[in-house]
Write a protein that binds this ligand. Structure first.
Ligand code: BGC
Ligand code: CA
Length: 329
């Protein structure tokens, strides 16, 4: 009797010590490694996969769709059980879905949202991300709140807000919707937004710095009442350009409020120094964790409704955004 009990106990102990995801191979395609936000995302996915005893391999798409398509082929040939894909071009996700479907491998898209028409062509295709319009709305609110509580922010005293918009890569849902909804939020707060300049800086700090440098020279920092950047890297690039003309170095009389999105460590740092007004948390940890949990459930046949994240419309996991400020300095 005692022997039977001990055997049963050992069996149960063995069961709980082997994670259900042991041995599962995940192939992860990142649009490019050289992206501060996607680095956070990647690290979160690796941490979660390791926690579950699964193996995750990340491939660098180098911002080139054909390169990424080849990586998808390689992962499938190597026998991965599930794919996580951050498409280079979200509108070109169909061939990726077709390949996954042909191999009967589930695919979880992240960060760059394929259209619902594309997602609907495969019952094992999902998307994990955050609502772009929400981040736009929150960053617009940050600027509106500042403008209302700081009368001196209306530099030309016309009651309107003269702003510069720095946009991410063309066609990205976060580029389109953040740009639109940030301005809408300012208008909804009762302030008339006036775009003095706007440009695409492709999510990139250096590109944003060069562009902003041009704007500072042609427009003059004293005529710029806000910079709205689609992400933190571009916000930081804009701040670099402002610092060249001795703006945003802590002097209240030489300041342009700049907002971004992501809440990357470097942005939080700039906020601590009083160089940057605020940002919106783009929760890479939660998105990365959710993507891996969903991928592992799909690969192992576990109920996807039991992973601790709500599945919306049978296809989506939405992680909320959050405003981040540092208050008065
Ligand atoms: C982030 C950007 C990032 C981009 C990559 C966006 O959600 O805010 O920082 O460059 O995703 O696709
Ligand atoms: Ca004004």
């Amino acid at each position: 009797m005692r022997k039977v009990f001990m055997t049963a106990l050992i069996f149960v102990l063995l069961l709980v010590s082997c994670s259900y995801a042991e041995e599962i191979k995940i192939g992860s395609c990142i649009y490019r490694f050289n992206d501060a936000f996607m680095l956070r995302f990647r690290n979160a996915m690796t941490t979660e996969a390791e926690k579950e005893g699964a193996t995750i391999t990340h491939a660098d798409g180098q911002d080139d769709q054909p390169t990424q398509d080849a990586q998808v082929d390689e992962f499938i040939q190597a026998g991965v059980k599930v794919l996580i894909v951050n498409p280079v071009n979200r509108m070109d996700a169909q061939p990726i879905i077709d390949k996954a479907k042909a191999a009967n491998i589930p695919v979880v898209f992240i960060n760059r949202e394929p259209s619902i028409e594309i997602l609907n062509t495969y019952d094992k295709a999902y998307y994990v991300g955050a609502k772009a319009e929400e981040s736009g709305q929150l960053s617009g609110e940050l600027i509106a709140e500042y403008f209302k509580s700081h009368p001196e922010a209306d530099k030309n005293h016309d009651g309107k807000l003269q702003f510069i918009m720095l946009k991410g890569q063309n066609g990205h849902q976060d580029m389109i919707l953040r740009s639109r909804y940030s301005v809408e939020a300012i208008r909804a707060a009762g302030i008339e937004p006036v775009e003095v300049a706007s440009a695409i800086a492709n999510w990139d700090k250096l590109e944003a710095m060069k562009i902003m440098n041009g704007f500072v020279m042609s427009i003059g920092p004293e005529n710029i009442e806000a910079v709205i950047a689609n992400n933190d890297e571009m916000a930081l690039g804009a701040i670099e350009a402002l610092k060249i003309v001795d703006y945003n170095k802590g002097d209240k009389d030489a300041y342009v409020p700049v907002v971004g999105v992501d809440a990357n460590a470097s942005a939080l740092d700039a906020m601590d120094k009083g160089e940057m007004l605020g940002t919106v948390l783009n929760d890479a940890d939660n998105q990365g964790t959710a993507a891996v949990k969903l991928a592992l459930a799909l690969a192992s046949g576990k109920d996807i409704n039991s992973i601790g994240y709500e599945i919306t419309d049978g296809k989506y996991i939405w992680v909320p955004y959050q405003k981040v400020t540092r208050g008065e300095k």
